[in-house]
Design a protein around this ligand. Sequence first.
Ligand SMILES: CN(C)C(=N)NCCC[C@H](N)C(=O)O
Length: 288
Amino acid sequence: MPVEEFVAGWISGAVGLVLGHPFDTVKVRLQTQTTYHGIVDCMVKTYRHESLLGFFKGMSFPIVSIAVVNSVLFGVYSNTLLALTATSHQQRRAQPPSYMHIFVAGCTSGFLQAYCLAPFDLIKVRLQNQTEPRAKPGSPQPRYRGPVHCAASIFQEEGPRGLFRGAWALTLRDTPTVGIYFITYECLCRQSTPEGQNPSSATVLVAGGFAGITSWVAATPLDVIKARMQMAGLKQRAYQGVLDCIVSSARQEGLGVFFRGLTINSARAFPVNAVTFLSYEYLLRLWG
Ligand SMILES: CN(C)C(=N)NCCC[C@H](N)C(=O)O
């Protein structure tokens, strides 16, 4: 099994993560809290109350977990294509796989990475939602002191299954949308690259960026549900399951609730996935 794809996936994911985390924090807060009147209000309040550091809350764990999550994403994708088409990454420009194979490989990798991502994503979302300013004497202490304390508290208070809260919604979000992610990327690369050649850096940046936007537009409704289910344990607001969360969110806040965070999700998705694909392709070419 080729391992370069796993390593390239890890490094490229870390680059994208650091770039996109501030957008991600604003998105998570808009999706789960009702105190903000839009993106700018959320950014201003976060900055005033918590300084620049507020935007980077919850980032340390994803930096570690991205090694697992993104290498599973790209590694499983590439190895599934290898199993389906018997072509390695290097051979795929000359013998391009069908879009059906790309979609199946994308869905497989989306499904498997969702389970690796679930506990890390839960901890990230819980930490991002803590709005207390850091280390100010006299100010209220946040519930979680950091990622390890957060994981240990969830384990104690909600049991081991608590760490997988929202995992089902995450799987439903990622399985089809990672298929869409890879199909969009491949389709845009092929359209602007002569047959048999590698796409240029500009093509990879644009195709990666649009792959991010397209897949996140499709993912946003379930992203909202996932974030709410992840926060539900904390707010003592129990949902019976994904369907119940969908129905009660729509009843209480209207259909617009499923598009919360759409703009910031798309604004974040372009640069994050442009640099992710660029560094991924670059590393694989470097290793030949
Ligand atoms: C819509 N979804 C779930 C995806 N496209 N997933 C693939 C990776 C996304 C990238 N790490 C990011 O954070 O944008």
